[in-house]
Design a protein around this ligand. Structure first.
Ligand code: SF4
Ligand code: SF4
Length: 130
């Protein structure tokens, strides 16, 4: 599955774009998380590998910005492994290893649909990719 962050702004918020893409492309899309209101927002979704490219192009053609890849960046120079972010993560994307190092799993992270660790970090070591 390919994880994509779909960013809705302007008229894409008021139209049933996601439903249109699913119906037109005949591809099941798994919604993992959403943070969206009438002014816009984001949906994090999974698309089957073999259909990813055509679905992404379909979203883009309808005016939706599509982001693929890492959703947060952790500055390891700033991170002191304090663990303040660890317990907040709703999907266990943050772990502490046997050497008490804090690690992030980009395959689990919900990115800007969550962002809880970003505000929690006292050293501003975590940045959302937008
Ligand atoms: S943004 Fe949310 S899901 Fe991602 S690592 Fe931080 S707390 Fe976890
Ligand atoms: S809160 Fe910040 S400094 Fe502490 S472990 Fe998390 S990323 Fe590192």
């Amino acid at each position: 599955m390919v994880r994509v962050l779909l960013k809705f702004r302007g008229k894409t918020v008021t139209q049933p774009v996601t439903s249109q893409v699913i119906l037109e492309q005949r591809v099941p899309i798994n919604i993992l998380a959403a943070s969206i209101d009438q002014s816009g927002g984001e949906i994090l979704a999974e698309i089957p590998d073999q259909s990813a490219q055509k679905v992404i192009e379909s979203f883009k053609a309808k005016g939706v910005e599509v982001k693929v890849g890492e959703l947060i960046v952790v500055d390891k120079e700033r991170c002191v492994d304090c663990g303040a972010c660890y317990s907040l993560c709703p999907v266990n994307a943050i772990t502490i290893d046997e050497e008490y190092k804090v690690n992030f799993d980009g395959n689990k992270c919900l990115g800007s649909t969550c962002g809880l660790c970003v505000d929690a970090c006292p050293f501003r070591a975590i940045t959302l990719v937008r």
